[in-house]
Design a protein around this ligand. Structure first.
Ligand code: A3P
Length: 297
């Protein structure tokens, strides 16, 4: 750790070099080792701000690798097949694993291997409209025992607005990753595009990864990645994660899987404040977000 490490106003987070890690889940020294990892061209990193479709992309990547065959990863949780590089013990494992190495991360790009910025390996960045991220994250904080349970929605709203959560500021996360678009082999996709047309999303992801799938194989990837089907697959929906980490009595990881749930939670005043912050932060940002199902064309 260095002098910028400190506990912040949330007993379960550790501030490390301006980023909020989770106490017990992450080790700042191991996180620092990621930067120097040697990469291969076949390495793939799926990058998300929390609650933006992380396990969904894990499921898709696993299935693309298995050419749509669910039996290849039978009994393997998608968090194990496509692990978080920043989780304790995972850096060492990465260095010794055979190709292809497919990983997830919530980290900001400055912690990631320098080699990514030399166009080694590939990055898929999944983003989701931040109002729905906030709502999904609020419910996740109730389920996740490694995160502090918010007093109420308003309390969590304030924390998210300040970036006082694991992952830090949503705005900073997306903007800093986007700033790397010319330095890395990076593919951007939104959660809402995946909802809108999963088949096209799967085909575009497979093409980016240079994977040739038959029509039948991509149809199988899609079939096993729908919300309805993932909800039935315990390895995909975190049902098997122990109660030390997730309190399954408090809710389900696969909660709603929709666009626009924020409308059921934000007050008019919260919405106005959020819109103001969004406009200030994102005014020059070229990606359009879909905020409601009716925005889908
Ligand atoms: P909700 O809480 O809004 O339902 P992450 O994996 O990044 O933590 O994101 C979790 C969110 O993605 C949850 O959102 C979850 O329901 C949603 N999700 C996971 N798999 C999905 C799928 N196949 N289709 C749509 N949404 C999915």
């Amino acid at each position: 750790m260095d002098h910028t490490d400190m506990k912040i106003d949330n007993s379960k987070l550790i501030r490390h070099k301006g980023f909020n890690l989770i106490s017990g889940i992450h080790d700042p020294d191991e996180v620092d080792q990621i930067y120097d990892l040697e990469l291969r061209d076949s390495d793939v990193f799926s990058v998300t701000y929390p609650k933006s479709g992380t396990i969904w992309m894990q499921q898709i990547l696993m299935l693309i690798e298995a050419k749509g065959d669910m039996t290849v990863n039978k009994h393997r949780m998608n968090g194990n097949a496509v692990p978080w590089i920043e989780a304790r013990g995972k850096v060492k494992e990465f260095a010794t694993e055979l190709s292809p190495r497919v990983r997830t991360t919530h980290l900001q790009h400055r912690f990631m291997p320098l080699a990514l910025r030399q166009k080694k390996g590939k990055v898929i960045y999944v983003t989701r409209n931040p109002k729905d991220v906030l709502v999904s994250y609020f419910y996740f904080h109730k389920v996740a025992t490694m995160l502090e349970t918010p007093k109420d929605f308003n309390d969590f709203f304030e924390k998210f607005m300040k970036g006082d959560v694991h992952g830090g500021s949503w705005f900073e996360h997306i903007k800093t990753w986007y700033s790397q678009k010319d330095n890395m082999n990076i593919f951007f996709i939104t959660y809402e595009e995946m909802i809108q047309d999963l088949h096209s999303a799967v085909e575009r992801i497979a093409a980016f990864l240079g994977k040739d799938l038959t029509q039948e194989q991509s149809a199988n990837v899609v079939k096993h990645s729908t919300f309805k089907n993932m909800k039935q697959i315990p390895e995909a929906n975190y049902e098997y994660i122990s109660s030390d980490l997730l309190d399954h009595q408090q809710g389900s990881f696969m909660r709603k899987g929709t666009i626009g749930d924020w409308k059921n939670h934000f007050t008019v005043a919260q919405n106005e404040r959020f819109d103001k912050l969004f406009q200030d932060e994102m005014k020059d940002f070229p990606v359009q977000f879909i905020w409601e199902v009716c925005d889908i064309v």
